[in-house]
Design a protein around this ligand. Structure first.
Ligand code: CA
Length: 230
C-alpha cells in the first residue's frame, strides 16, 4: 500500500464484528474509523470523507437502506458495501437501489472482504488510459463525474457501474467473461455471485439503453459474459 492510507468507515453495532474487521483491515494497512449506529455513522462520513464504507443493514437507530440513501445525498461515488444477515434477492435489489455497490452476507470471511477492498482500490489507482467521457448510443457517459445523461436527464452512476463500463470499454467490441468481471470489479472468484454482475448489467442498461429489454450497446454474449458496442 502507498503511504497515504485508504480510510474505511465501518457502520456496525456488533462490537465483535467491528473489532474483527478493524484488526484485519488495520493489519492490511487501511485506516479504520467506526460508528455503532446510523446517525453517528453518517456524521462521521461527512466529517472524515472515507474511501470506502462498510454498512450494516440492521442498525439500532435506522436501517441500512435509509442510512445508505443519506450517505448518497452528499457522496455519490464512495464505494458502499452492505453487511447483512439477510440474503434474499429482494433485499439485495433494495440495497442496490438505495445506492449500495455491493453486498456481503454474514457470516462472511474476512479474507473475502479484504479481497473486495483491494479490488476497489486497485481500480481507483489504475492509471487512466481511457477517455473521461464517452458516447454510448444517445447517452453521454462521464467516467469522471460518474453520471449518464440521456434525453436531457442526468443520472448518477455508482462506483461499480463506472468500473464495469471502464472494463467493457477497455475491450470494446470483445466479450468480457462474467468471471473476469467479478474478479476485476468485485475482487471475487467463483460462480455463486455471478448474479451480482447480471444485476448491475440490468441497472446499467436501464440508464444507458434506449430499450433496456432489447439492448443495442451492452450486449449479452451467451455462455460467456458481456460486451460493449458503441
Ligand atoms: Ca446489526
Amino acid at each position: 500500500m502507498t503511504d497515504d492510507k485508504k480510510k474505511i468507515l465501518i457502520i456496525e453495532d456488533e462490537p465483535q464484528i467491528v473489532l474483527g474487521l478493524t484488526d484485519a483491515l488495520t493489519f492490511e494497512g487501511f485506516e479504520v474509523v467506526s460508528a455503532d449506529a446510523g446517525k453517528p455513522g453518517v456524521e462521521l462520513a461527512r466529517r472524515t470523507k472515507p474511501d470506502a464504507i462498510l454498512l450494516d443493514l440492521m442498525l439500532p437507530d435506522e436501517n441500512g437502506f435509509v442510512v445508505c440513501e443519506q450517505l448518497r445525498e452528499f457522496d455519490r461515488t464512495v464505494p458502499i458495501i452492505m453487511l447483512t444477515a439477510r440474503s434474499s434477492e429482494a433485499d439485495k435489489i433494495r440495497g442496490l437501489d438505495s445506492g449500495a455497490d455491493d453486498y456481503v452476507t454474514k457470516p462472511f470471511g474476512i479474507g473475502e472482504l479484504i479481497a473486495r477492498m483491494r479490488a476497489i482500490f486497485r481500480r481507483t489507482e489504475r492509471p487512466i488510459e481511457i477517455p473521461e467521457s464517452l458516447q454510448v448510443g444517445k447517452a453521454d457517459v462521464s467516467l469522471t463525474a460518474h453520471t449518464v445523461t440521456r434525453r436531457g436527464r442526468t443520472e448518477p452512476l455508482s462506483f461499480y457501474e463506472v468500473g464495469l463500463l471502464r472494463l467493457l470499454l477497455e475491450r470494446v467490441g470483445q466479450p468480457v467473461a462474467r468471471g473476469e468481471i467479478l474478479k476485476k470489479i468485485w475482487g471475487l472468484e467463483g460462480a455463486p455471485t455471478n448474479r451480482t454482475v447480471d444485476n448491475f448489467i440490468v441497472k446499467l442498461r436501464k440508464k444507458i439503453e434506449r430499450t433496456p429489454d432489447k439492448p443495442e450497446h451492452i450486449l449479452t454474449v451467451y455462455g460467456c459474459g458481456y460486451k460493449l458496442v458503441l
